[in-house]
Design a protein around this ligand. Structure first.
Ligand SMILES: [Zn+2]
Length: 76
C-alpha cells in the first residue's frame, strides 16, 4: 500500500466519513490523519461538521444545498 499524500486524503475525507471508501483507502487515510499535522486537525474539523450534518438529516431530508455549502467552505 502506498503512502497517501495530503491532497488525496482531503479529496477522500468526506467519503471516509461517509464510509464510502474501500477498506484499503480507509486504512491509508486513517494512518495519514494520525501522522499528518495538516490533515489531523482538518479531519477533526470535518468530522464535527459531519456530525452536525447528520443531526440535521435526522430532523428531515438531507439538505443538499447545505452539504454543498460546507464543501465549498472546506475548499477555501
Ligand atoms: Zn496530510
Amino acid at each position: 500500500m502506498s503512502e497517501m499524500d495530503c491532497e488525496h486524503v482531503l479529496e477522500m475525507v468526506w467519503g471516509y466519513l461517509d464510509g464510502e471508501v474501500s477498506e484499503e483507502e480507509y486504512l491509508g487515510i486513517q494512518v495519514h490523519i494520525s501522522k499528518c499535522a495538516d490533515c489531523g486537525p482538518r479531519y477533526q474539523f470535518q468530522r464535527r461538521l459531519m456530525v452536525l450534518v447528520e443531526q440535521k438529516c435526522r430532523e428531515g431530508p438531507v439538505p443538499e444545498a447545505l452539504k454543498r455549502r460546507l464543501f465549498r467552505l472546506l475548499e477555501e
